[in-house]
Design a protein around this ligand. Structure first.
Ligand code: CDP
Length: 201
């Protein structure tokens, strides 16, 4: 039987950590849909045409090195504005969501556009400052040289572009449970997510 968990939210809100933990808890498969847009963004930075890159995406592209950099995140949110890029990625995401045994998808438009019928929807958010702080720590741990102000500016610019676009803008679905992780530990955030999903099962 399929059971889809849709987890949306702004940049660096903790969606990835929560999604992985939730998928493990329930034994569901997990798809980080941001990776699809990052892979397209990376190809565009390498000279590809966005729509062609989206249509030709392969599993190897998703496993490529260097998709977690701020440059690729920026390119991802630029290609993500294009309706034809988004359209090229819909079937793959919906097929993943429908797989037997349950699936967790995290992104920006999972509860609103990709899987509006998902029984469990979460919108994970936190203040821009807290999110920038977390992303800064991740980037430094991966060896990037950057600072808080640069990361905060990136996060805010990406949120503004993701929220303002006309196709599939970042926003909570009407029936999403909102989890603000600003003052929560990872354990508390994961527990809140598991409770919310359990209530919908
Ligand atoms: O990890 P982080 O939250 O910073 O970003 P991500 O989830 O990897 O997404 C990178 C970019 O891809 C976002 O800023 C969005 O512009 C885009 N995206 C999207 O438009 N729709 C999705 N379902 C997932 C990501």
């Amino acid at each position: 039987m399929s059971f889809t968990v849709a987890i949306d939210g702004p940049a660096a809100a903790g969606k990835g950590t929560i999604s992985k933990a939730v998928a493990q808890h329930f034994g569901f498969a997990h798809l980080d849909t941001g990776l699809l847009y990052r892979a397209v963004g990376a190809k565009v930075l390498a000279g590809a045409e966005p729509v062609e890159a989206a249509r030709a995406l392969t599993a190897e592209d998703l496993a490529a090195e260097g998709l977690r950099t701020p440059e690729v995140a920026r390119a991802a949110s630029q290609v993500a504005v294009e309706p034809e890029v988004r359209a090229a990625l819909v079937d793959f995401q919906r097929a993943f969501a429908a797989r037997a045994g349950g699936a967790v998808l995290d992104g920006r438009d999972i509860g609103t556009v990709i899987c509006p019928e998902a029984p469990a929807k979460l919108f994970v958010t936190a203040s821009a400052e807290v999110r920038a702080e977390r992303r800064l720590r991740e980037l430094i741990a991966r060896g990037h040289v950057t600072d808080f102000d640069a990361v905060l500016e990136d996060v805010k610019a990406r949120d503004a572009r993701d929220s303002a676009r006309t196709v599939a803008p970042l926003k909570p679905a009407d029936d999403a449970v909102v989890i603000d992780t600003s003052d929560l530990s990872i354990e508390e955030a994961v527990a809140a997510a598991i409770d919310a999903i359990s209530a919908r099962r």
